[in-house]
Write a protein that binds this ligand. Structure first.
Ligand code: MV4
Length: 463
């Protein structure tokens, strides 16, 4: 087992990783930028190293600074959290070369899943359903149009090096392609230094349903059910829940088995998530695989009574999974609300001093956060300041529990997205489990065609 782990992250996920380490009796090293000197992850770690100035390119993304900190403090392993270097194959490779265990899959898996076209091709070749599409080289917009006509409009153009919705274009006809293809190509080149694009049939009114997996170094792989992440705005998830209101036990088993089979084929090790699109006809298609712990992992922990960060550490240390698929019991319903330091109307970032705050608690309420009264939320990073996670026997009671938790979530001095969640939780379609990735459009300003989902939106099943 590891003696000491360096946590290469900040904020709530850094504190979350430190809690897991403390329970395992593992010492921790925090790293921080200049502006994070007084942050909670620094306070709770056994040691701390400043790795640079505020911009993440000079601190949390600074590989030489991180490796130096790891060498100086003599750690056995690095936990990258999510974001920053969590899916960086080069960083994982350098850790390995320095005899430091990277807590996550190996560099080859990170490279494979980081190339979204290759990931799609791989999944297709092993029989995982993908939407009709084309992942070969596409020369120009004329070729893109030929491919789109072959697939059938609407299509979606995606950046091979992208992911999470960046560099995507939905294209509904030939004329749109003439603009969209060069625009997507340029955007991808600028953002990812790669102009490789691929094209898929666009699935309308889908849900985003993802399966959590764990795999050890001995070929044992399990899934821990799904998370429904359909409530998003501009590809930023706002609220996630498990189980999904769309899945039957039979569909859950099929999606879970598909995810496990995919992981077995590629030799996946550690925690991972397979993102699927679920169409209104209950067909599911592979979208992407995330090779990290995710922001929304707590909802899975609540319904499966597991500690996914602990499992990540044990797997990386070479331990065997202590449970098999039949040991995983799904219980009740969990919802997570992401609380961001943002305006609830415009979603503009709202950094600044937290002058007062109250964190909710009580039965079935968990809050993952790293902020406190007197903390200045810096403008340099992601605006997530807290995650409120609730658990209850059934979904309606979980919703009621979240509403009362949000009432007790008081943050003064900055704006937060708490009111957005109150609106979502009192929306009749949300309460009915009737959601799709277009759900948030109804809350957008200047939206005339509002408040109704199309008839063919994915319906929730009565539970
Ligand atoms: C799609 C799709 C529909 N059809 N692919 C979004 C992020 C990245 N993981 C891929 N995403 C999507 N891929 C096909 N073939 C729908 C999404 C999608 C989405 C698209 C537009 C607006 C909001 C969205 C929210 C979630 C997923």
């Amino acid at each position: 087992m590891f003696r000491k782990i360096l946590v290469a992250n900040r904020g709530e996920i850094a504190t979350r990783i430190i809690w897991a380490c403390r329970e395992l009796g593992i010492r921790t090293v925090a790293v921080h930028s200049d502006v994070d000197r007084d942050s909670l992850h620094v306070r709770f770690a056994d040691e701390a190293v400043c790795i640079g100035p505020a911009p993440s390119s000079k601190s949390y993304l600074n590989i030489p600074a991180l490796i130096s900190a790891a060498e100086i403090t003599n750690v056995d392993a690095i936990h990258p959290g999510y974001g920053f270097l969590a899916e960086n194959a080069n960083f994982a490779k350098i850790c390995g070369a320095c005899n430091i265990t990277f807590i996550g899959p190996g560099p080859d898996i990170l490279s494979l899943m980081g190339d979204k076209a290759r990931a799609r091709q791989t999944m297709k070749s092993i029989g995982v359903p993908v939407t009709p599409g084309y992942e070969g080289l596409i020369e120009d917009e004329e070729e893109a149009i030929r491919i789109a006509e072959d697939i059938g409009y609407p299509v979606i153009v995606k950046a091979s090096a992208g992911g999470g919705g960046r560099g995507m274009r939905i294209v509904r006809n030939r004329e749109e392609m003439l603009n969209a293809f060069p625009a997507a190509r340029q955007e991808s080149q600028l953002a990812f230094n790669s102009s490789d694009l691929y094209i898929e049939r666009y699935v309308e009114n889908a849900r985003h349903v993802e399966i959590q997996v764990l795999g050890d170094n001995y070929g044992n792989i399990v899934h821990l059910g799904e998370r429904d992440c359909s409530i998003q705005r501009r590809h930023q998830k706002l609220l996630e829940e498990s189980p999904s209101t769309a899945l039957t036990p039979e569909l859950r088993a099929r999606m879970g088995d598909t995810a496990v089979r995919a992981c077995r084929e590629i030799g996946y090790v550690n925690a991972g998530t397979i993102e699927f699109l679920l169409d209104p006809g209950m067909n599911f298609y592979f979208m992407e695989m995330n090779t990290r712990i995710q922001v929304e992992h707590p909802v899975t922990e609540m319904v499966t009574n597991t500690d996914l960060v602990r499992e990540q550490i044990l797997i990386a240390a070479g331990e065997r999974l202590e449970f098999d698929q039949d040991d995983i019991v799904f219980s009740g319903h969990s919802i997570e609300c992401r609380i961001n330091a943002e305006s609830p109307s415009t979603f503009a970032p709202s950094p600044g001093l937290i002058t007062a705050m109250n964190i909710p608690g009580g039965p079935g309420v968990r809050v993952d956060t790293a902020v406190y009264p007197g903390w200045f939320v810096p403008p340099h990073y992601d605006s997530l300041i807290a995650k409120i996670i609730v658990h209850h026997r059934d979904r309606n009671k979980a919703i009621a529990r979240m509403r009362r938790a949000l009432e007790a979530m008081i943050v003064e001095g900055i704006k937060t997205t708490v009111p957005v969640h109150q609106k979502i939780l009192s929306d009749p379609d949300f309460v009915a489990g009737n959601v799709s990735t277009r759900f948030m459009e109804r809350f957008e300003k200047n939206n005339e065609s509002r408040n109704e989902l199309p008839d063919h939106a994915v319906q929730g099943v009565a539970s």
